[in-house]
Ligand binder design. Structure first.
Ligand code: KPL
Length: 306
């Protein structure tokens, strides 16, 4: 199976390096020339959970690039870049290529579906990954990746992607309710990522803090109420998942905290912001998610470098 991966951040590099090590044909694509050059020169440096460091050589191209041979194009860019990316890649991807969104947040799949006639799959992962610099990724915690189609029953490609991830040591399952999976993960992320950004605590430290637990609980409860009003069937209990994910990725700094530390935009609009807007549509009050959204927007402003 041939993969193209757009976005050479922590998750893109982790999946790219692992798939390559498992013998798959993988091409990375990234729009930042300095990151492309660093990976061309040094490969992807993958630091595993046990500390082992592996240099993985794989082709990388500066995006936007035509990925003619890719059977599956994994979208691993930040959620706020999905629309621009989809607009750029329209017409550059053969109709037989499956597009797989491997992103945090709500709305990514719908955006991609609205712009492509291709098969579009969604995946949600709880693998913990931390970027130490261009092409240098630390795998901080093992997780599970769920994959599925939001519109129809899962295809053979969906099962083959699952097998590829499994062979790459990234435990995966197909799901017949991937929309519920995406919502469940978004509710959990909305109660982790802004709290870690505001406190600068690692995932493990968040789990231990009683005051944080209280705020997280309220944020999760609001998310659950909105999902019920929006008729989403959640997968598992987000309250339990919150703790489980924090403990399995205890060494990780959430992706939002990593963004804040780099002075970058965050996915707050696609996480708490999305819960807030779905809450407005379904007339469910979400005051905690609203405050977290506003605080992180302020934090983005004060830590912006560009
Ligand atoms: O998805 C994550 C993120 O940081 O965005 C978790 C699983 C919480 C890992 O940190």
């Amino acid at each position: 199976m041939r993969f193209g991966i757009v976005g050479a951040g922590a998750i893109g590099c982790l999946f790219g390096a692992r798939l390559r090590l498992a013998g798959y044909d993988v091409t990375l694509v990234h729009r930042d020339p300095s990151i492309v050059q660093a990976i061309q020169k040094n490969g992807v440096n993958l630091q595993e959970i046990d500390g082992t460091l592996t240099k993985v050589r794989l082709p990388i191209r500066k995006g936007p690039a035509k990925l003619l041979g890719a059977e599956v194009l994994i979208v691993a860019v930040k959620a706020y870049d999905t629309r621009a990316l989809a607009a750029t890649y329209r017409g550059r991807i053969p109709s037989e290529t499956t597009v797989l969104s491997l992103q945090n947040g709500l709305g990514n799949v719908e955006t991609i579906q609205s712009m492509f006639k291709n098969e579009v799959l969604a995946a949600s992962t709880t693998e913990g990954a931390f970027s130490l610099g261009p092409g240098y990724v630390v795998h901080t915690g093992r997780g599970l990746t769920l994959i599925g189609d939001t519109r129809r029953s899962n295809s053979d490609t969906c099962s083959r992607v699952k097998i590829a991830f499994d062979r790459a040591g990234l435990k995966a399952k197909t799901s017949s309710n991937i929309r519920g999976v995406l919502w469940t993960k978004a509710i959990v992320n909305a109660a982790i990522n802004p709290l870690s950004s505001l406190t600068r605590l690692t995932n493990g430290a968040l789990a231990k803090n009683a005051e944080i637990q209280e705020i997280a609980r309220s944020a999760v409860d609001e998310g659950i109420s909105v999902s019920h009003a929006a008729r989403i069937r959640l997968v598992g209990d987000p309250r339990k998942l919150w703790r489980r994910i924090l403990l399995s990725t205890r060494a990780n700094k959430s992706s939002m905290l990593q963004d804040i530390e780099r002075g970058k935009m965050t996915e707050i609009r696609q996480l708490n912001g999305a819960i807030l807007s779905h809450g407005r549509m379904t007339r469910v009050k979400t005051p905690v998610n609203e405050i977290l959204t506003k605080l992180v927007l302020g934090l983005e402003e004060s830590s912006k470098t560009t």
